[in-house]
Design a protein around this ligand. Sequence first.
Ligand code: PHE
Ligand code: FE
Length: 290
Amino acid sequence: MLANDKAVNQGVAPVTYGDGARPPRGDYAAARADYTCDQHWERYTPQEHALYQRLYERQAAQLKGLACDEFIAAVEHLGTPQEIPRFDALSERLQRATGWEVVAVPGLIPEEAFFGLLAERRFPVTGWIRSPEEFDYVVEPDVFHDLFGHVPLLFNPVFADYMQAYGAGGLKASRLQSCEYLARLYWYTVEFGLIATPDGLRAYGAGILSSTGELRHSVLSPAPQRIGFDVERIMRTQYRIDSFQSTYFVINGFEQLFEATAPDFTPLYERVALQGELSADARLVSDRVF
Ligand code: PHE
Ligand code: FE
């Protein structure tokens, strides 16, 4: 979710549209009850396809040495960078690989709807693309963030299973009034996660991978702290949606992500509620620092 250099809380926060001065861009009236809608690929203009290509090529050019290998290997599944992909054709390839599909939505959707789609292995992708003036920064997630940032890793079997488990976990967290804690897990993994590899740290979070500035910042800058993945620690940690992150959590593989989140979170939510929150840049003695 971030849209280029600024993050927006997609799916995990109530529907928000920046400062509210501007009406939502998507046509919510045309959406079905589950918030999905038609992509209407034929409505994209040549200028919009060209903008997608410029965004894609700028980002693709800086992946080497900064994005994880799994992402780099999968990005080509998006198809030609010359035009905004047709969701139905992309879904066919994704179905064959991991059983996921992408579905169009008008923009940010309520969290329950978001979790429900993920639990069914359907990933919601915003139909519209930002304006040329928003090339470097757009408040809400657009088709470029959602596709380029999120869809490549859905071709990875372990990550694909994690996303579905997250959706099912979200429906449960709603019942337990613990969505805020689970949202932090999404933020610090799916959106802003780093992974340790034999060649050094790499990014796998979509908010990083679709951002022109945060990709280098997250992996190379001495400014942010990078600490070992710890579900409970993450659930206590607030996050920033209007600047680069000051803390990144590092996994050592997608298996770790899947296995560490497999246990029942019910007792964990209770503990976290008692422990209190940590600021986005807090440092604990128990943190494993990279
Ligand atoms: N194990 C979590 C629960 O019991 C569900 C979950 C799985 C949440 C994976 C996030 C990611 O609620
Ligand atoms: Fe996102």
